[in-house]
Design a protein around this ligand. Structure first.
Ligand code: HEM
Length: 404
């Protein structure tokens, strides 16, 4: 017998569920879709039709499948965003396929090895401790976002890239506008353009006066990078380097504050901090709408024909809560053994900065919970403004108090 391959026209259509019932859980509708079947027909806000995958095994398989392209310029997005233009593309390796992607990734990988990131640990610890001391000096209450969770990764990535930290107010604002789902298309474009102009000027400055940090090293290195590529690399690393970790850190802190049982384990078993960080990455999966790929040819997935050019959304939050892969997926268990979560993606685009993010998370959470006694929320938990409205999930503010 032959199994019929069904085209998209035969499938019921859904829009990507985005409404959360609980701040730490992905939309429960995503779980229902995952239970219903492996492949969901998706309607995009631009009117196009595509597909949604929610199972861990399928998400990993497509992310590792060369028949799907990461080039999203002109592709549909599950949440409304102004399109990227071709001139925004050079250097932005997350939207490239081999061999273009391979060329840039090979150049950058040596700067982000586990060994190199571990070597940054003492510096990250000094930065975290300095911010903690400032918090202590000013006394409770305080909002941890502007005082702790945002400045630490921001300063670290600035030092690593050679971006002046004094410029942070500007690039924080541009990144926030560019990642917001509620700012107008014009505002998003203006923020992207401002960041591009800023980075272009910085690259020019590095050409005139190179330094030892990453951008300076790439400018003087034995490579064929154009200024436009250097600018794209700089923008991508600067934004990915601070927004992601800052939100993972703030959301992780909120989670542990509201879960004293898990916090106790985190504190008692200091050797277990690495596991706790992995579990927070899995459980919270801040790339909340997942990542997308475009079919380069017709591909059959579980009896459904994905047509060339159609966009496939890989839901990282759904995959990371898949009971088909994880034992008790909806439970936070900071002692959970390594579990192949997909919070950093999978395949050739798997997060370049993951070892840095891990070092920052481990140190910043340890310094915070060691340094402030009886850390608690300064407002009721349901008054914490969650980032439902941002491409990267987290909290807008985290007001806390502690015993002096
Ligand atoms: C790629 C998540 C921190 C730089 C990715 C991807 C994910 C991700 C899911 C894959 C995207 C895709 O396949 O479409 C995260 C999370 C972080 C984090 C959850 C923090 C907790 C960082 C940091 C940096 C960084 C600190 C920079 C230092 C990048 C880059 C890519 C990437 C450059 C593209 C890699 C490529 O295309 O080869 N990240 N990231 N990320 N991330 Fe991260």
């Amino acid at each position: 017998t032959t199994t019929a391959v069904l085209d998209g026209e035969d499938a019921a259509v859904t829009i990507l569920p985005t409404r959360r019932d609980h701040p730490f859980d992905p939309p429960s509708e995503l779980g229902l879709l995952r239970d219903e079947g492996p492949v969901t027909r998706l309607a995009f806000p631009d009117g196009a039709r595509g597909w949604l995958l929610t199972r861990h095994e399928d998400v990993r398989a497509v992310l590792a499948d060369g028949r799907f392209s990461a080039d999203r310029i002109g592709a549909s997005s599950p949440v409304r965003r102004p399109e990227f233009r071709a001139e925004d593309r050079p250097g932005v390796l997350v939207t490239m396929d081999p061999p273009e992607h391979t060329r840039l990734r090979r150049m950058l990988t040596p700067y982000f090895t586990t060994r190199r990131m571990q070597a940054l640990a003492p510096r990250v610890e000094r930065i975290a401790t300095a911010h903690l001391d400032a918090l202590r000096a000013s006394g409770p209450p305080a909002d941890l976002v502007p005082t702790y969770t945002l400045p630490i990764p921001s300063l670290v990535i600035c030092e690593l890239l050679g971006v002046p930290y004094a410029d942070r107010a500007r690039f924080h604002a541009w990144a926030a506008a560019a990642l917001s789902l509620t700012t107008s298309d014009d505002e998003v474009r203006a923020a992207r353009d401002a960041l591009t102009t800023y980075m272009r000027e910085l690259v020019a400055a590095k050409r005139r006066e190179p330094d030892d940090a990453l951008l300076g090293a790439l400018v003087t290195g034995d490579n064929d990078l154009t200024d436009a590529e250097l600018c794209g690399i700089g923008r991508l690393l600067l934004v990915a380097g601070h927004e992601t970790t800052a939100n993972q850190l703030a959301l992780g802190a909120l989670t542990l504050i509201t879960r004293p049982d898990q916090l106790a384990v985190f504190r008692e078993r200091r050797d277990a901090a690495d596991r706790a960080v992995e579990e927070l990455l899995r459980y919270l999966t801040i790339i909340q709408f997942g990542t997308t790929r475009v079919a380069r040819e017709d591909v059959v997935l579980h009896g459904r024909r994905v047509r060339r050019g159609e966009t496939v959304v890989l839901s990282l939050p759904a995959a990371n809560r898949d009971p088909g892969h994880f034992d008790r997926p909806d439970e936070l268990d900071v002692t959970r053994p390594p579990s192949q979560h997909v919070a950093f993606g999978h395949g050739i685009h798997q997060c370049l900065g993951q070892q840095l993010a891990r070092v920052e998370m481990r140190i910043a959470l340890t310094v915070l919970f060691d340094g402030l006694r009886e850390l608690s929320l300064a407002v009721p938990a349901d008054r914490i403004p969650m980032r439902h409205d941002m491409a990267i999930y987290g909290v807008h503010r985290l007001p806390v108090s502690w015993k002096e």
